[in-house]
Design a binder for this molecule. Structure first.
Ligand code: ATP
Length: 356
């Protein structure tokens, strides 16, 4: 067996990770006081599965990812637990975290440019992260980097190039190669295609899906795009204004949503027209996300929800899980079938808009 085969075999033995986020709360320190960006969020990613974290811009998806990676600014209060294979990684020292990052948990960020050093060739950057954790010769780490380039569809010769010589899509693939280089059991992909054009977005997502199928790492995929989630993720968690409002198996959450916010999100995304039917118009959710410096007393979605009643404005609904694992935070979850029918009508949302 060659040294590279030996290294590959050793890294391949790493099991996919289990990640459990429990009662996560994050408050950014601002000059106006604490900004409660995340309020009591809990979810689990089972080994080898992908969880899609969806919600409008500003709902707190990236904050969850940064909290897991301990990448939040200093003046931030974080409470709760982030259990990676049963071990709490929240609040670990920088030194302890270095042992975890890249080897056990890797981040693929929104903008590849932020993850890459402009003055080092890309190969050296991947090699550097490998050598920080593996006592192996430089040449062997380079060979591993070349293999990872092949996994993401880049020629090994381009390892010698600098980030500015790569297109946006190639840079994003290079960052994915780096995230895979030590075969971490858990990958966090924070809107990995946002900065790219639609064709490149599609190519990168196809690549990520291929990697998921072949390597079976555990993954959190943060995205605005419900279509991407339905194609890629076994489970889905929907966030609204810093809270988890719905979660469960992707097919359950997206085909039979129980929270009016999830129903509204679906209307706001283009669907492929079914032959013989007319193209469905996009319906946006009226209003805006509430100010979390002063969160509303009741359900955070109540002011935009076409089905809200007095109770919704007065009391926060708890996230309640049914026996099928589908969890929803809505006082009227049992009326979901009726709401789903009404939510497909643009008039339902227009009437709410007129009332705001
Ligand atoms: N450093 C910070 N200080 C104060 N508030 C912040 C800070 N970073 C983010 N926020 C606020 O926290 C909230 C959640 O932001 P976050 O970036 O997590 O949302 P998101 O759902 O990931 O949005 P997007 O999809 O646009 O990335 C937003 O209201 C944002 O303005």
């Amino acid at each position: 067996m060659t040294a590279l085969q030996d290294l590959n075999a050793r890294l391949a033995q790493k099991p996919a990770a289990r990640l459990e986020v429990k009662n996560l709360c994050v408050a950014y320190g601002t000059f106006r006081g604490p900004f409660n960006a995340i309020d009591n969020v809990s979810f689990t990613v089972e080994p080898g599965t992908t969880l899609g974290l969806v919600g409008e811009s500003g709902c707190g998806k990236s904050t969850v990812v940064k909290a897991i990676m301990n990448l939040l600014p200093e003046a931030t209060t974080v409470t709760g637990d982030v259990l990676l294979n049963g071990k709490n990684i929240l609040g670990l020292s920088d030194k302890a975290l270095q042992q975890v990052r890249w080897t056990q948990i890797s981040l693929i960020t929104q903008s590849a440019m932020n993850s890459l050093d402009p003055v080092l060739c890309i190969g050296d950057q991947i090699v550097e992260s490998i050598l920080a954790h593996e006592k192996i010769p430089y040449g062997l780490a380079w060979a591993r980097a070349a293999e990872m380039f092949a996994v993401v569809g880049l020629p090994a010769a381009r390892l010698r190039e600098f980030p500015h010589q790569f297109s946006g899509g190639m840079r994003q693939r290079a960052v994915i190669a780096m995230a895979l280089s030590l075969n971490a059991g858990m990958l966090l992909a924070d809107e990995p295609t946002t900065a790219l054009d639609p064709i490149m977005q599609d190519q990168i997502m196809t690549r990520i899906r291929g990697i998921h199928e072949h390597l079976r790492r555990s993954m959190i995929l943060v995205t605005h795009d419900i279509a991407v989630v339905s194609e890629t993720c076994e489970t889905t968690a929907v966030m609204y204004a810093g809270k988890l409002v719905e979660s469960g198996a992707t097919a359950d959450v997206l085909q039979r949503p129980r929270h009016p916010y999830t129903m509204g999100l679906q209307n706001a995304f283009p669907k492929l027209p079914v032959r013989g039917t007319s193209r469905q118009p996009l319906i946006s959710i009226p209003g805006t996300v509430p100010n979390l410096l002063m969160p509303p007393r009741g359900c955070r979605f109540a002011s935009r929800c076409p089905f809200a009643a007095a109770l919704c404005h007065a009391e926060q609904p708890e996230l309640i899980q049914s026996s099928d694992g589908h969890a929803v935070a809505c006082h009227f979850a049992e009326r979901a079938p009726e709401f789903r029918l009404a939510a497909r009508q643009a008039e339902t949302w227009r009437a709410k808009e007129a009332a705001i």
